[in-house]
Design a protein around this ligand. Structure first.
Ligand code: SAM
Length: 186
């Protein structure tokens, strides 16, 4: 599709696409794919891509789909990085398996990520973040490499950080932003 063999990075639940479009412009030798369930939201990303600001950008595509089917769309080992930004919290316990950082989803990521692939997750929702750290403790295929409860005041992890739409909104309200990076277990 991209006509080259550059690494593929994807964002699941990309919303209006600000984060991924910014990355695509900054890193032309990475191919980016944004995944969003709602076409009405994805349309906003397409409109941005059509604008002058992103004119000529060839290293980004979007897919309108539910991420539950992600292993049917990507080949084994095809993706080098998965970004999850401000994922829906699904607060009810009976919906826990729908959270994008549940063990069920990590099993899907296991199928499509390269052997050195990573999952990077940001949120201001401390409950969802704690759940994600706990899931990674139990996860057979991935483990937490590093994490912070206050990304914007952690110079190491914050270096080169690209703000998402939700990150702009919630950090301007004073909410600390949590981030974790998960890597494959040795
Ligand atoms: N990542 C953006 C940001 O940080 O500004 C948007 C965050 S918004 C809270 C979460 C987005 O993820 C929504 O647009 C929602 O439709 C999408 N989403 C949630 N679950 C999804 C799934 N299973 N598959 C695809 N998209 C999903």
């Amino acid at each position: 599709l991209f006509g080259n063999n550059h690494p593929i990075h994807i964002e699941i639940g990309m919303g209006k696409g600000q984060f991924l479009l910014t990355l695509a412009k900054k890193y032309p030798t990475i191919n980016y794919i944004g995944i969003e369930r709602y076409s009405s939201v994805l349309l906003r990303a397409l409109e941005k891509l059509d604008s002058e600001e992103y004119e000529g950008l060839t290293n980004i595509r979007f897919i309108c789909m539910d991420a539950a089917d992600i292993a049917d769309v990507f080949a084994p080992g095809e993706v080098s990085r998965i970004y999850l930004n401000f994922s829906d919290p699904w607060p009810k316990a009976r919906h826990a398996r729908r959270r994008l950082t549940s063990l069920d989803f990590f099993a899907r990521y296991d199928k499509i990520l390269t052997s050195d692939g990573t999952v990077e997750f940001k949120t201001d929702n401390r409950g969802l973040f704690d759940f994600s750290l706990e899931q990674l403790e139990e996860c057979p295929s991935f483990a937490t490499q590093k994490y912070t409860f206050d990304l914007h005041h952690e110079p190491d992890m914050n270096e080169g950080n690209i703000l998402t739409e939700y990150e702009e909104k919630f950090s301007s309200l004073g909410n600390p932003i949590c981030k974790l990076i998960a890597v494959r277990r040795a």
